[in-house]
Write a protein that binds this ligand. Structure first.
Ligand code: XMP
Length: 485
């Protein structure tokens, strides 16, 4: 064997190694740019950005904010299948044209019980049913706020059927809106002819629809959400729960996705749930993309060791510089019609533009979003400044948490010693609301697209030319020779 041939003559490049070459542009302003893209074969988003399936990045609150802004959140899998499915359900309930299965209560139960249900299900009102499941009233927090006793039955405090404003199930949105306004009510139960509940339209949902016109929604007007699964046999059942709760996308998440384990699991998931949309990864080569696409992936995550909290390349010696990984895989992905997701290493708008220009259809972002209000990570104050905690999903503490979830027990100190971490625990500066961070990121992308004369993603792929730069060029690219204030 010729060992010298083992080294590729190519140099692996990443975002900071290149710049996009400015080109003639006919685009009048960055607002004329369309950033929409395919996240997977059958899901489109206005913003090509996914929040990472990390336990310090994406739970329901982040996923709701991401979808409202036009991107999408991927719920992490380091919690029990039941809890992860509940997180999916929370996102799917956050808004909708029609709530298909409103929360209900029997009229003979106590107000205390009704309040408990409202609290548990995170709703502000309940449709009240009689013993034959017919709608007989509605109970909201307004009805209960000053009640002399919470032991009273619901029927005594509810707005009863004769004073209730209802509509038939087929009502249009403008009609529902007019009815809600005419009667100055917040909730409109949809009732079948036989008195049974068919759904609910709320004033809140209609308002949210107006506030977030570009949000990522399913065909029923609910926010879209993805959820991660692993490669173990038990993950088939987890996937079933997530899909039943309404997940729009499963993300088969494994550090080395170009493996028999991942390919086998992908095939099993596709066989068990043929309708499910599945993103798979992570891989770093065209061969990896081809193998996952042939096993049925609807989108493929590219990136090994590029994440802000990753030490995979240091600990294992393996990985691939992110820009080259995308550039080298893009042609195969296009030929097989499977969108690529660039996962890891995005710190600002320029990285996002470069990842997409290299051939990705979207990017996944972790560390940058971990610093936002909506991330589940803990806040810490240091030297009077606020930070949030972020950790790699292969970090020591994340490995231990996973063992605890899997084994329903506290992990012994000896188990801690057996972990070989490929990620770190860290803090990132608090960055405010996710919508503001996305606005800056996408503002950079929009401008970046005008610099290469691209009004949409297809044109960005077509027009983009990169120039390699030196250390001096990199230094010149940032602010320099000035004192920043
Ligand atoms: P950023 O740079 O956006 O990257 O923070 C997020 C991505 O990093 C990956 N990830 C890890 N990679 N060890 C790794 O080698 C880890 O512990 C780890 N945790 C997350 C993951 O792909 C994520 O989307």
């Amino acid at each position: 064997m010729n060992f010298q041939e083992k080294v590729s003559p190519q140099t692996g490049l990443t975002f900071d190694d290149v710049l996009l070459v400015p080109r003639r542009s006919r685009i009048p302003s960055r607002h004329a740019v369309d950033t929409s893209s395919r996240i997977s074969r059958n899901i489109r988003c206005r913003l090509p950005i996914l929040s990472a399936n990390m336990d310090t990045v994406t739970e329901a609150t982040m996923a709701v904010a991401m979808a409202r802004a036009g991107g999408m959140g991927i719920l992490h899998r380091f919690l029990s299948p039941e809890r992860q499915a509940q997180e999916v359900a929370r996102v799917k309930r956050a808004e909708s044209l029609v709530v298909a299965d409103p929360v209900t209560i029997r009229q003979d139960l106590s107000v205390a019980r009704a309040l408990q249900t409202m609290h548990e299900r995170e709703v502000g009102g309940l449709v009240v049913l009689d013993s034959e499941d017919r709608v007989c009233g509605i109970l909201t927090r307004r009805d209960t706020a000053l009640a002399p006793s919470t032991e009273l039955p619901v029927s005594e405090l509810m707005t009863p059927r004769e004073r209730l404003i209802t509509a038939p199930p087929g009502i249009s949105l403008p009609e529902a809106r007019a009815l809600l306004h005419a009667h100055r009510v917040e909730k409109l139960p949809l009732v079948e002819e036989d008195g049974r509940l068919a759904g609910l339209i709320t004033a809140q949902d209609i308002l949210k629809l107006q506030q977030h016109p570009h949000s990522t929604k399913d065909e029923r007007g609910r926010l879209r959400v993805g959820a991660a699964v692993g490669v173990r046999a038990a993950d088939i059942e987890r996937a079933g729960r997530l899909l039943a709760a309404g997940a729009d996308l499963l993300v088969l998440d494994i550090a080395h996705g170009h493996s028999d384990l991942a390919i086998g699991m992908l095939r099993s998931l596709k066989a068990e749930y043929p309708q499910a949309e599945i993103m798979a990864g992570n891989v770093a080569t065209p061969e990896g993309v081809r193998d996952l696409a042939e096993a049925g992936a609807d989108a493929i995550k590219i990136g090994v060791g590029s994440g802000s909290i990753c030490i995979t390349r240091v600990v294992t010696g393996s990985g691939y510089p992110q820009l080259s990984a995308i550039l080298e895989s893009a042609e195969v992905a296009q030929a097989l019609d499977v969108p690529l997701v660039s996962d890891g290493g995005v710190r600002q708008g320029g990285d996002l533009t470069k990842a997409l220009a290299a051939g990705a259809s979207s990017v996944m972002v972790g560390g940058l979003l971990a610093g936002t209000t909506e991330s589940p990570g803990a806040s810490v104050i240091r030297d009077g400044r606020r930070y949030k905690v972020v950790r790699g999903m292969a970090s020591l503490s994340a490995n231990v948490s996973r063992l605890e979830v899997d084994q329903h027990r506290e992990v012994d100190p000896e188990d801690w010693e057996r972990v070989v971490p490929e990620g770190v625990e860290a803090t990132v500066p608090y960055r405010g609301d996710v919508a503001d961070v996305l606005y800056q990121l996408v503002g950079g992308l929009r401008s970046g697209m005008t610099y290469v004369g691209a009004s949409n993603l297809a044109e960005l792929w077509e027009n983009a030319r990169f120039v390699r730069i030196t250390g001096a060029g990199f230094k010149e690219s940032g602010s320099h020779d000035v004192q920043r204030i």
